[in-house]
Design a protein around this ligand. Structure first.
Ligand SMILES: Nc1ncnc2c1ncn2[C@@H]1O[C@H](COP(=O)(O)OP(=O)(O)OP(=O)(O)O)[C@@H](O)[C@H]1O
Ligand SMILES: [Mg+2]
Length: 362
């Protein structure tokens, strides 16, 4: 593997009695989108601000292209403006008394770049975010999405090695946020930008990232590619933070390496499942976890890996229908196609592929 562009090792940060970061470490390759994801207060912004140099740390190291920019042990702390990173905040933080072009030019002026070169680079940056036609307008008079793009152009204009984005889309309405997600991804891919992206929105993280670090209480629970985190969560926190999970109590009937037969208690049935590396023997009590979108709804007799149930009610959502299904004593939520709305009040079978079910300790 080539040298990571950024390496963060064992960051620790306390605010009074709060241990905001409790040993954060990760490395990022050039040209990738690396996302810090997690619930409010888990330490995402603190991590990003320490990488940017806007916040101090109690312990840890950060290397940029192998060179330390922060080392508490070696007393190294490179100033933010010398770290070659651009940052975009949730609040845009564009300057209200300036035009669009003046906003974007500002970081170059600060760095003493000559006026002809500033004109060139501002034009290029505004072209990138499709705002060239707005360059002489007062920045605050633009729409939210346009202001967000001004903030992005201003961070891109001095061509930093790494772009740090803290919830950059969270102030936008849903439609605009989804559109900006595509624009950001296109721009990142076209320019080969390296991004550290902070969000608490799982679908934003899953859709934009090459790697995700899912954080909880100042620690990283799991780092991986989005698909791996979603399909192979290592902890219950990761499993329940990403997507929805239905859990049912069960007992192991037989276990053989990677697969197990499990007898469900309240749902009355036996299923073949992924053992999920669980260290358990026949007779052991387990939780059976099912992703609602991996269940196939059928009529009549089900196959080997199926349960029978009764559809209590259905919530039609346009692109899908959410069915509340009674299986024995359990109520299970299952995502079906839109036309599953017609199953309200019917008896059905739930067909479950073994790899759609995983076992967890109880
Ligand atoms: N300047 C500060 N002074 C005191 N405590 C702070 C300060 N900054 C952050 N904290 C605390 O550190 C913890 C992590 O905060 P941080 O802002 O990094 O969370 P976050 O993951 O970005 O959350 P959010 O999604 O709400 O933005 C929280 O408990 C927060 O209250
Ligand atoms: Mg934050």
């Amino acid at each position: 593997m080539s040298q990571p562009i950024i390496e963060v090792r064992d960051l620790v940060k306390t605010f009074g009695a709060v241990r905001a970061l409790d040993g954060i470490g990760f490395s990022i390759s050039k040209g990738e989108v690396f996302t810090l994801l997690g619930p409010s207060g888990c330490g995402k912004s603190t991590t990003l601000r320490i990488v940017a140099g806007l916040e101090s740390a109690d312990d840890g190291d950060i290397l940029l292209n192998g060179n330390p920019i922060l080392s508490i042990a070696a007393r190294i702390n490179v100033a933010p403006e010398k770290r070659d990173m651009g940052m975009v905040f949730q609040s845009y933080a564009i300057w209200p008394h300036m035009t669009v072009a003046e906003n974007v030019a500002y970081p170059l002026k600060l760095r003493g770049v000559g006026s002809a070169e500033i004109r060139d680079r501002v034009t290029r940056a505004l072209d990138l975010v499709d705002l060239a036609a707005q360059s002489d307008r007062d920045a605050p008079k633009l729409s939210g999405g346009q202001q967000q793009r001004v903030a992005l152009a201003r961070a891109l204009v001095y061509e930093p090695q790494v772009l740090l984005l803290d919830e950059p889309l969270s102030n936008l309405d849903v439609k605009l946020r989804e559109q900006m997600r595509f624009e950001l991804k296109l721009l990142q891919e076209r320019l080969g930008l390296t991004l550290i992206y902070v969000t608490h929105d799982q679908s934003e993280a899953l859709s934009l990232s090459d790697h995700i670090a899912l954080m909880n209480l100042g620690r990283i629970e799991q780092i991986g590619v989005p698909w791996d985190l979603y399909e192979h969560p290592k902890t219950e926190f990761v499993r329940d933070f990403l997507g929805k999970t239905v859990t049912l109590p069960g007992t192991i009937a037989a276990i053989d390496g990677a697969t197990a037969r499990v007898t469900l208690g309240g749902a009355e049935g036996t299923l073949t499942c992924q053992a999920n590396g669980l260290d358990a023997a026949a007779g052991g009590a387990v939780m059976v976890a099912i992703r609602p979108e991996r269940v196939r709804l059928g009529a009549g007799e089900g196959g080997a890996n199926s349960l029978t149930g009764h559809v209590e009610t259905v919530l039609y959502q346009g692109e899908r229908s959410e069915c509340l299904v009674r299986v024995g004593r359990e109520l299970i939520t299952v995502y079906g196609p839109p036309e599953a709305v017609k199953l309200r009040g019917r008896d059905i079978t739930l067909e479950l592929a073994p790899d759609a079910i995983s076992l967890w300790p109880r």
